[in-house]
Design a protein around this ligand. Structure first.
Ligand code: C2E
Ligand code: CA
Ligand code: CA
Length: 672
């Protein structure tokens, strides 16, 4: 299922997206604002233009036409007057003649009050001049009619009044033509302005539409990508992008359906890193995360492309191998995984070593449902882990009993503290020069009601995982100090009590006050208490660790570095810490023979410790020959089964009284 292992190549940067969206919306808004403003403005102009055309130019034309018709009518009245004999009819005509005259004047004055161009002004002025010539002639005609000289009146009308009136009419015709032309130009202008406005409106509306479409497209793309990413996150692990438990179960169900139909096998590999907790606790979560990512990559590279690699969380991975034809296929992949996992990891300029334990369950032999198969692979993994790590185990039904036992142990452990089931065994450290027990190391034991005495290997992990190591450690610290004070009271007032402090305890902020109150309540002098820290504790946040050690040392207690040589540190690193004792791990003592590589190694550790002013203790001394080499190369203090196993407190007094030089025969010169 290669698609599952694919990650979304580009993660969405929300800031960039929202900035782009905001910009889009702002542009859109501005465009709309712009379109509206321009639109309103153009509407105003068009309205104004129409207004001018209707109110000014049409009115001007009407007025000119009125003047024309009035002038014509007056000419006609004059002609008629000279032919009318009835005085009433004549009066009527005269009245109309005068009314028309007034109408003419009103029309002209109104016209003059309107916006006129030069030519219109000139034509009106010319018309006025002609009227001034025509007026006295008309008055003369009226006078002649009133005096009843009709013939003479007719003659004057025909020869003088009408020709001048015709001149007026000619000017009025010109004026009419002019106003028509101006009106035409104005309406053309209005039309042109409206055309320009329409063009801009179309252009801007189009732009707003395009921007709107772009913004909508961006929003659509953004939301689809977000929902895709959400979907991806829901079924993938955020750190490694591998499928998570949900997708694993879905995939497994599909694989099972396929297996049932085609009668094929399915291999489920449950993979757990062997030292992840230690890396995480000592080097910090950032390093732990990087390790997990590298492990994820290696796992993917070790399996076939259609196998699923999922991360369940923490350092747990599951591989599902579908369509398995033969078990050898599974073992081939498992071997490959074990091999790639032990290649050193380069993280934060460090070389880290890790391995993994693998449990295998196979469909249909080890279960028919996904939950059974996963549970059984987990159980098999646990078995692989407890039989020495860096290996695999196939599930078999007997393992269930073991898993159940562990579950039971976990439950029992919760009640162990309140039931007072924890105690210390003590193991002496002997100074080979004086032959005396200088220190006793307190080692936790659990007196299980059914299983009897259990060593830390059986339960310490669980105590640390649940955090219960903190109250348990505090109780034991008090008990060890009280016990130490008793031995002091019995006369062994140089005896030092060594206590192991786990990473969780070391970093717990109550450690200082716990040590202080344990010392105060027991009366044990601070210099008689030694705290053993593993080097891994110091290698995480070195500055914080150094600070904490200084605070502890200020109380007067001494600090030993435990299991030296098994962690990541070197003596060069340890120089930074104000330590008192270095305990060489059992691993180096195990193969200690004369002229062996380990002899040279231990020898150089001793030399370096001398340089750093550190006391040295060799751990795990089991044989006489190991002791002889250590004695020869000058290791001052030894601890191990050869001297004594860890024993209950009541057995210690006898050991304290013993002269070990004599007991071990060291007082006899080997040359003698
Ligand atoms: P450690 O601090 O390295 O303790 C020495 C372990 O080596 C003890 O195992 C001891 O029984 C064992 N040992 C001593 N001499 C020999 C020897 O000659 N040969 C062999 N093969 N083993 C020897 P134990 O008591 O099972 O403790 C195991 C580890 O559990 C300790 O290793 C220590 O890291 C941890 N531990 C023990 N007690 C406590 C405790 O009270 N608190 C904490 N935090 N850790 C503890
Ligand atoms: Ca120890
Ligand atoms: Ca040790």
């Amino acid at each position: 299922m290669p698609a599952h292992s694919k990650t979304l190549s580009h993660h969405i940067r929300p800031a960039a997206w929202s900035a782009a969206l905001l910009a889009g919306f702002v542009v859109q808004l501005l465009l709309i604002l712009f379109v509206t403003t321009i639109g309103l403005q153009q509407l105003g102009i068009t309205t104004h233009n129409l207004d001018t055309v209707v109110n000014v130019h049409m009115r001007k034309q009407n007025l000119t036409k009125t003047m024309l018709s009035v002038a014509r009518e007056r000419t006609l009245i004059m002609l008629t007057l000279s032919k009318v004999d009835d005085p009433f009819e004549r009066d009527d005509l005269l009245t109309r003649f005068n009314e028309k005259g007034a109408e003419y004047v009103v029309a002209r004055q109104t016209l003059q009050g309107m916006p006129l161009n030069d030519r219109e002004h000139k034509l009106i002025a010319r018309q006025q001049q002609l009227i001034q010539v025509a007026q006295p002639i008309q008055t003369e005609v009226i006078d002649l009619i009133n005096a009843q000289f009709n013939r003479e009146a007719e003659r004057v009308t025909l020869t003088r009044a009408i020709p001048t009136q015709n001149q007026v009419l000619a000017v009025l015709f010109q004026l009419d033509a002019e106003t028509q032309q101006v009106a035409l130009a104005a309406s053309r202008k209005a039309y042109e302005a409206q055309r320009v406005a329409r063009f801009w409106m179309y252009l801007l509306c189009g732009a707003a539409l395009v921007v709107g479409v772009i913004v909508a497209a961006v929003v659509l793309r953004y939301t689809t990508r977000i929902s895709l990413e959400r979907e991806h996150l829901a079924i993938h692990d955020a750190l490694t992008s591998l499928p998570n438990r949900r997708l694993l179960l879905e995939h497994l169900e599909q694989a099972l359906a396929h297996g049932r139909r085609h009668k094929t096998q399915i291999g489920i590999l449950f993979i757990d890193l062997d030292n992840f907790k230690r890396v995480n606790d000592t080097l910090g979560h950032a390093v732990g995360d990087q390790l997990i990512c590298q492990v994820a990559q290696r796992l993917r590279s070790a399996v076939r492309s259609n196998d699923l690699v999922a991360r369940l969380g923490g350092d747990e991975f599951v591989v599902v191998m579908s369509d398995v034809r033969a078990a050898s296929q599974i073992f081939h992949v498992v071997d490959k995984i074990l091999a790639v996992m032990v290649v050193p990891y380069q993280i934060a300029e460090r070389e880290l070593f890790n391995s993994c334990s693998i449990g295998i369950s196979v469909y249909p032999t080890d279960g028919a449902s996904s939950s059974d198969l996963l549970k059984n692979a987990d159980t098999a993994m646990y078995y692989a882990k407890s039989s020495g790590k860096n290996r695999y185990h196939l599930y078999d039904a007997a393992m269930n009993a073991m898993a159940e036992e562990r579950l039971q142990l976990d439950t029992d452990l919760h009640h162990a503290l309140e039931r007072n089931e924890f105690s210390f065994y003590y193991q002496p450290q002997v100074n080979l020069d004086s032959g005396r027990t200088c220190t006793v190391e307190a080692l936790i034991r659990w007196n299980h009601p059914e299983k009897g005495l259990l060593s830390p290997a059986a339960f310490l992990d669980m105590l640390e995982d649940t955090g219960e190591i903190l109250p348990v450690g505090r109780m034991l610290l008090g008990a060890a100090c009280t016990q130490g004070a008793r031995w002091h009271a019995a006369g062994f007032n140089d005896l030092v009590i060594a206590i192991n402090v786990s990473s969780k305890e070391f970093w717990n902020c109550d450690l200082l006050s716990n040590v202080q109150s344990a010392l105060a309540q027991s009366g044990l002098p601070p210099q008689s208490l030694q705290l053993e820290l593993t080097e891994g504790i110091l290698m995480g946040d070195m500055d914080a660790a150094a600070h904490k050690i200084l605070e502890l040392k200020a109380l007067g207690v001494s600090i030993a570095i435990d299991d030296f040589g098994t962690g990541y540190s070197s003596l060069a690193h340890l120089k930074r810490f104000p330590l008192d004792v270095l305990k060489i791990d059992r691993y180096f003592v195990k193969d200690l023979r004369h002229d062996s590589v380990n002899e040279a190694l231990v020898n150089s550790i001793l030399a370096l410790c001398k340089g750093l002013n550190l006391d040295t203790v060799a751990e795990g001394v089991e044989t006489r020959s190991q002791l002889d080499v250590l004695h020869k190369i000058g290791c001052p203090v030894v601890q191990g089964y050869l001297i004594s196993q860890p024993v209950p407190a009541e057995n210690i007094l006898a050991l304290l009284q013993r002269d070990w030089r004599q007991a071990l025969g060291l007082h006899i010169d080997p040359a003698a």
